[in-house]
Design a protein around this ligand. Sequence first.
Ligand SMILES: [Cu+2]
Length: 128
Amino acid sequence: MRGTLVLVLAGSLGIAASGCDKKSDDPRSSSAPAASAVAAGVRAVPITVDNKGFTPSSIDVKKGEKVQLLFTRTSDETCAKEVVFPEISLKKELPLNKAVALDVPTDAPRTLTFQCGMGMYKSKVVIN
Ligand SMILES: [Cu+2]
């Protein structure tokens, strides 16, 4: 119990220092399953999230291709503690050093932007 309290306090301090407007509107964030296996026929695309934002900044996907984005946040010195896809109303918490798998719809050619909670860091999936 004592350890949990310390973690909570440390997290709050970190957010205050970075000036990020963290909204705790996702009560299920702590129960998110870890990304481990990727199903056959699915291309896994690793994405690093750090103080420079998202790397790579653009991902090319063929229409209809099955793709799983694997986000790993490697730094606490970043505002991107969650990823948001505004066009498809998708939002996911990004815990530190833990891969978070996200499937994106590739049925239509379009560009899906994804960004941090405040929209400072932007990247995209380009479906052709
Ligand atoms: Cu931000």
